[in-house]
Ligand binder design. Structure first.
Ligand SMILES: [Zn+2]
Length: 285
């Protein structure tokens, strides 16, 4: 029978742990900032420290302490942490180190390391029924060491794919899927370039975003504007010249059309571009 909880981990037992645990509420992510030294120490008695797991740059996973016992990786919440400061968090956490050889955890995880991290976190979370969400005091989930110790461990885990981690972990489309920097306030989607998407185009855009169909670098090129025809290249769909009268809006990847009689449509953006391209070509002769 394997000594490890994560089946593919190497078992490198450390004496630094307490038997048992209090709760299993959080998985804590660290990085080693080992400043050129060996990435995965053996956590022998003289170190007085341990974690449950470490992940090497090549994706190799080492386990030091069984998940049913408490490792010594993240004792106490300090400073401005929102976590209780009168409690030893080693008793409610499973901790994971990631190998980083810089002194300040400034380099990103390798692809292999990140892949192993996702597999390991999902595996632990399933065993202890921990939700795959960002945890906080009172909300079970996954947290970073700097959440517990924002002063001394501000750079643990340092550079990390914070923006996509939970999306990747859940293996599905992003929570709202809006492009980078875009926010929806309930009536308007605001973009970093100052432009907005509202009303029917907003509703459709939110649906597409939630389905994971909107690229992260999409943004409006213009605010919604009145036009007739709404779409040059597909008059058959829009019907009469009267129903082909309304408004439109382009983003980098999409074009939205609307008329009061036909409603909202995500237009055939390539077909429409082709129509204009042909006008230019024929005009050049
Ligand atoms: Zn740490």
């Amino acid at each position: 029978m394997s000594n490890t909880d994560f089946s593919s981990a190497e078992w490198r037992p450390s004496p630094n742990y307490w038997n048992g645990f209090d709760k299993r509420d959080f998985i804590v992510i660290h990085a080693t900032a080992s400043c050129g030294e060996e990435y995965v120490p053996n956590f022998d008695a003289s170190t007085g420290k341990s974690v449950h797991y470490a992940i090497a740059k090549d994706g190799h996973v080492v386990q030091y302490v069984r998940e049913a016992n408490s490792a010594w990786g993240n004792c106490c919440a300090t400073g401005k942490s929102t976590f209780r400061q009168d409690y030893n968090w080693n008793k409610s956490t499973v901790s994971i180190e990631n190998e980083k050889s810089s002194c300040d955890n400034s380099e990103p995880l390798t692809d292999a390391q990140y892949h192993s991290l996702l597999m390991l976190v999902r595996d632990i979370a399933q065993r202890w029924n921990i939700p795959l969400v960002y945890g906080q005091q009172g909300v079970r989930g996954i947290i970073y060491h700097h959440d517990l110790d924002p002063i001394n461990k501000a750079r643990c885990p340092g550079t990390f794919p914070y923006a996509t981690f939970f999306r990747d972990l859940q293996g599905g489309p992003p929570m709202n899927g809006l492009p980078k920097g875009a926010t929806d306030d309930g009536t308007t989607i605001h973009f970093p370039n100052g432009l907005v998407i509202v009303k029917g185009f907003r509703a459709r855009y939110l649906e597409m975003a939630k389905a994971g169909e909107v690229p992260d670098d999409d943004e409006p090129l213009v605010n919604e504007y009145p036009c007739q025809p709404v779409e040059k290249s597909d008059p058959a769909w829009w019907g009469t010249s009267q129903t082909n009268k309304g408004s439109a809006q382009e983003t980098r990847y999409f074009r939205f059309g609307y008329s009061p009689l036909k409603g909202v449509r995500v237009t055939y953006v390539g077909q429409e571009l082709h129509w204009y391209q042909q006008q230019i070509t024929s005009g050049a002769h």
